[in-house]
Design a protein around this ligand. Structure first.
Ligand code: UDP
Length: 364
């Protein structure tokens, strides 16, 4: 971890959220939690902050100084092919959010873009206020890749990723690139030393999350699997539960952080079986914070988070047999080590300091 000297400079920051769903709805996935925690950190440090978010956002609007923007939601990048042309609906929420951002840009030192979309990258040269782009997923779209590469060249240092393995999915990027990891408010996650005989899966119900492999583990081990997360693809969900009719699985819906951690902390492990390069995997650090080891395929963000054999297990990608083997080894993990790793590497202040350093480098 970098050693960072905190500056006393007061920053005026404009955070522009993802246009795929309101804040707090879960449609945005892990970037919602990241934005929440970064905003919380900067507000607590006394900086000025406004969040531009879709109408229908559920967060405390006064606390987070949220301005809600109307318009039609942007389609999620994961549902598109690599070569699908960039499209926007009529009365585009994304366009409306950036029109608002343009109109008030001079009141801020820095704009921070959290949208995984082509438009904010394309618009960057037309803005007078600098824009930091936090890229929340690995490469999925040729058009977006090109736009990100162009911004990295023209405005060096303004592209931030969660992890190096996420950044490596993009090509033709000009350094410096920033790897910011993630952080959570550890006080919201309670440690549990004595779990029940059950496993957890957290996250959007969507094909890239590879939930079918977790269902296969539940079917083979007969250990109950608790699934929590936003239902994004109902047809996919119906297919996989029909494929594993005997798996002891319970879908609990999309839960608040507090309700979610109450279930997760009582689990023997969190299973992460994504089929894509997971940019980070906020759910991994949420589980660790509860003392819950994480079993994941050894690729993407989780492979950079989990200490194999100490705070979980990294398994050969797409090997269900490997996952099942790891489940049999869970009693060798000291759950206090999991919580300790979360406290050392993924606190709100460690994460906030990384973002502050990035912002100050851009403004310099
Ligand atoms: N999540 C939640 N309630 C649930 C299940 C998940 O709030 O019942 C949140 C979780 O806290 C995490 C996000 O959903 O922030 C999933 O993010 P992750 O980074 O794991 O994956 P992404 O959706 O970004 O691909």
């Amino acid at each position: 971890m970098q050693n960072i000297t905190l500056s006393s400079n007061h920053l005026k920051l404009l955070f522009v959220s993802t246009p795929v769903g309101g804040l707090g709805t879960g449609l945005g996935g892990g970037v919602e939690l990241s934005l929440y925690n970064i905003a919380k950190y900067f507000l607590e440090q006394g900086h000025t902050l406004q969040i531009v978010a879709p109408e229908g956002s559920l967060w405390d609007k006064a606390k987070f100084n949220i301005v809600e923007i109307p318009g039609n939601l942007q389609i999620i990048a994961q549902s598109q092919e690599r070569d699908t042309p960039v499209t926007m609906p009529e009365n585009s929420l994304l366009a409306n959010m950036w029109e608002y951002t343009r109109s008030c840009q001079h009141e801020y030192d820095l704009i921070v873009n959290f949208a995984y979309d082509w438009l904010p990258f394309y618009l960057t040269p037309f803005f007078q206020t600098p824009i930091a782009h936090f890229v929340s997923m690995g490469s999925l779209s040729n058009a977006l890749d090109l736009a990100i590469a162009q911004v990295s060249k023209s405005y060096p240092g303004t592209i931030g990723f969660y992890t190096p393995s996420q950044g490596a999915t993009f090509t033709n990027l000009t350094p410096p690139l920033y790897y910011l990891s993630s952080g959570i408010d550890l006080s919201l996650y309670e440690f549990c030393a004595q779990p029940k005989e059950q496993l957890a899966c957290l996250g959007r119900i969507s094909p890239e999350k590879g939930l079918e492999d977790a269902l296969a583990v539940a079917a083979q081990t007969n250990i109950p699997l608790k699934i929590m997360g936003k239902m994004q693809d109902e047809a996919y969900w119906q297919k996989i539960i029909n494929d594993y009719p005997k798996a002891p699985v319970e879908y609990l819906g999309f839960l608040s952080t507090d309700k979610m951690q109450q279930v997760v902390r009582e689990c023997k492990a969190l299973l992460m079986t994504p089929k894509w390069v997971e940019a980070f995997g906020n759910v991994a650090i949420e589980a660790l914070a509860c003392g819950v080891p994480v079993i994941s395929y050894a690729r993407g963000g989780p492979a950079e988070i989990i200490q194999d054999g100490k705070t979980g297990f990294l398994v050969e990608p797409d090997s269900v047999a490997g996952l099942v083997d790891a489940v049999t080894l869970l009693d060798s993990i000291d759950r206090y080590e999991c919580r300790k790793q979360a406290e050392i590497e993924f606190s709100l202040s460690a994460n906030g300091a990384r973002f502050l350093q990035w912002f100050e480098d851009i403004l310099r």
